[in-house]
Design a protein around this ligand. Structure first.
Ligand SMILES: [Zn+2]
Ligand SMILES: [Zn+2]
Length: 133
């Protein structure tokens, strides 16, 4: 299991109970939106407001602890910062699968006169489950 306290400290953030519980919620879900995080965290800390969660999410995003995954026409989801990877996002059920970036995909990412720092590739389509339905 990820050590959330270290993760926060490594990224120059104080390890507060709010932050560690948000991180735990994100970690367990893989990819999760703010409403779902709120539902999750509320169970344990009923006094925590949506505004507080939102503030902490923004801060942890700025400090590269978590990453926002933009969803087509829906609320963004969040995940813990990992190596760059591809997202396969199902437009029917909203599920997200992580895929490693292979060397051949990496090659296509080399763009002339542009120094790439990081990348997020989101591919939208229909997942296997929904195709079989
Ligand atoms: Zn699906
Ligand atoms: Zn991901």
């Amino acid at each position: 299991m990820t050590n959330y306290i270290n993760l926060l400290k490594e990224n120059d953030l104080k390890a507060t109970i709010q932050r560690t519980s948000i991180l735990k919620s994100i970690d367990q879900a893989g990819h999760i939106n703010i409403d779902e995080i709120y539902e999750d965290v509320k169970e344990q800390y009923p006094t925590l407001s949506l505004a507080t969660i939102y503030k902490n999410i923004i801060l942890m995003q700025q400090n590269s602890v978590i990453v926002e995954v933009p969803m087509n026409g829906e609320k963004s989801k969040y995940e813990l910062k990992k190596d760059d990877h591809i997202h396969l996002i199902c437009q029917q059920c909203g599920s997200i699968q992580d895929r490693e970036i292979t060397q051949s995909t990496q090659k296509t990412l080399v763009i002339e006169n542009f120094k790439l720092n990081n990348s997020q590739i989101n591919l939208y389509g229909v997942c296997q489950n929904c195709q079989n339905r």
